[in-house]
Structures are given as structure tokens and as C-alpha cells.
Design a protein around this ligand. Structure first.
Ligand code: ATP
Length: 250
């Protein structure tokens, strides 16, 4: 069994009187897609934000490899190898696809005393952007204006921007939202190809996609984990069926 790249232990996060996530633990391993599913408001996005370092937990510990990163802010976690994509697209629409990736790459590849160097002259950022575009299958679109890409293309670019920071861990928040069947198929192929070198956390409402792509699934209801296991275990779990999966999904 490979050691987890990321381990979250007993994470709790409250918003005022609401406990959005309550004592949640999970592991992300290289070579595996770990999906977190649950009804609206179950706490999935909050969990991603806590793992990424955008929200501090009220309790619990997060380890990246063997290092306790619980107190690290988001930029430090990103430099240490955590990449994330967001529910809403966060690209720079007037820049080209390559420029978007190059800017993302600078966050990890450029030393702080090099910020005065124009991004286009920074070789390591350019190389990281090239590599990310190749991984994400966007090589041929490198010179296109990002805002003119299809919806699926923009989501693909978001993942490429995340890859440009050379992450080991990828936190993907609803990467398939709003996609048609063809775009979904392409994105699932991309995820399958990325998991060899990455630990992938997938938040997704498309259950067909989740059950096709995932190696492990964690099910959340009202901030707590009610089940965890491989897709077949989750399909067969009576509590999951009652709480979440409809008859069509189970
Ligand atoms: N910044 C915030 N302030 C107050 N409450 C919040 C905040 N962010 C999330 N919540 C609440 O925490 C709970 C969990 O929200 P979260 O967005 O994590 O759920 P989710 O499972 O990602 O839902 P969805 O599938 O709809 O995206 C919800 O009740 C939500 O209203």
C-alpha cells in the first residue's frame, strides 16, 4: 500500500454555529483518484478549502508527505506541491492559454527576488507552462485567447494552470460542472492520465463519472463522513443508498 501524499486527520471547521465539516479524515495517495461525494451543503468545498490552506480548521491536522502543514497558508502549501481548481473558472480571459499557464507557473518556479523579470523571459516558468499544456492536452491551443475557449476548454486550462505549479496533489472541485458528454469524456481521460503521477481529490456531482474514475470514494452528509471505500463498497452500502444515492445510481 503506498504511503499517502496527503493525510487529513479529524478535521473540523465551523461557520458561526454551523459545523460545516465535523471530524473528517481522509488520505490521498499517488496513483489514485479519491472522490468526495455528498448532497449540496455536505461540506465538500469547505473540506477542499481547508486542505488547500484557504480556510483554517478549528480542529484536526493535515500532513503533506510527513510534514504537518496545518498552519501553513495556501501559497506555502502550493509551493510544497498542492494544486487546486475551483468550482468557478478562474482564468485570465484576455491572455492566451500559454500566458495563463506561465503566470500560474511563476507562483512556484520563480524565486521571489526575480519578480521584476518579465514572465515571458523566465525560462523555468515557460518550460513548466509547456509541460502543463502537454499534460493537459492543450498544446495545440497554446496561442488561443483563453476567454474564447469552449467551457470544457476553460476547465481544461484551469487544470493545466494547476499542473504548471508542478503539484503532487491535485484538488479538483467540480471539474465536470456544465460539461457535455464529449467534454466530460475528454476530462475523464485527462484525469485518468494524471493519476499515475498525482494524488487526486475529486469533488463531483456527476455520479456516473465518479463511479467510472474513482479508486476510493468518501461520502459526506451534513459535514460528517458516513462511508468510505472502493466504488463497489459504496454502491452496496445501505446507509449511502438511503442517504444519498437514488435507485438509479445504486
Ligand atoms: N463562508 C461561509 N460562511 C458561512 N457558511 C458557509 C461558508 N461556506 C460554506 N458555508 C456553509 O457550510 C456548509 C457546507 O458548505 P459547502 O459549500 O462546503 O458544501 P458542499 O458540499 O461543497 O456543497 P455544494 O455541493 O452545493 O457545493 C453549508 O451549509 C454552507 O452554507
Amino acid at each position: 500500500m503506498p504511503q499517502p501524499l496527503l493525510s487529513a486527520r479529524h478535521i473540523t471547521r465551523r461557520f458561526g454555529g454551523l459545523t460545516a465539516i465535523d471530524d473528517v479524515s481522509l488520505d490521498l495517495k499517488r496513483g489514485a483518484v479519491h472522490a468526495v461525494i455528498g448532497t449540496n451543503g455536505a461540506g465538500k468545498s469547505t473540506l477542499v478549502s481547508v486542505l488547500a490552506g484557504e480556510l483554517a480548521p478549528h480542529a484536526g491536522t493535515i500532513f503533506l508527505r510527513d510534514q504537518d502543514v496545518t498552519a501553513w497558508p495556501q501559497p506555502r502549501r502550493a509551493r510544497a506541491g498542492m494544486g487546486r481548481s475551483y468550482q468557478r473558472t478562474t482564468i485570465f480571459p484576455s491572455l492566451t492559454v500559454h500566458e495563463n499557464c506561465r503566470i500560474a507557473a511563476q507562483a512556484r518556479h520563480q524565486h521571489f527576488w526575480h519578480w521584476h523579470i518579465a514572465a515571458r523571459n523566465c525560462r523555468s516558468s515557460n518550460e513548466a507552462a509547456d509541460h502543463a499544456l502537454a499534460l493537459a492536452g492543450l498544446d495545440s491551443a497554446r496561442s488561443r485567447v483563453a476567454g474564447l475557449l469552449s467551457h470544457g476548454g476553460k476547465r481544461q486550462l484551469e487544470i493545466a494552470m494547476s499542473l504548471a505549479t508542478s503539484p503532487d496533489v491535485l484538488l479538483l472541485d467540480e471539474p465536470l460542472a456544465g460539461m457535455g458528454a464529449e467534454e466530460t469524456g475528454r476530462m475523464l481521460e485527462l484525469m485518468a492520465s494524471l493519476k499515475a503521477d498525482h494524488a487526486v481529490l475529486l469533488i463531483e456531482h456527476d455520479m456516473d463519472a465518479v463511479f467510472r474514475i474513482s479508486d476510493e470514494i468518501t461520502v459526506m452528509v451534513n459535514g460528517t463522513v458516513i462511508a468510505h471505500g472502493d466504488p463497489q463498497t459504496i454502491r452496496d452500502d445501505a446507509q449511502v443508498q438511503a442517504a444519498y444515492l437514488g435507485e438509479d445510481d445504486a
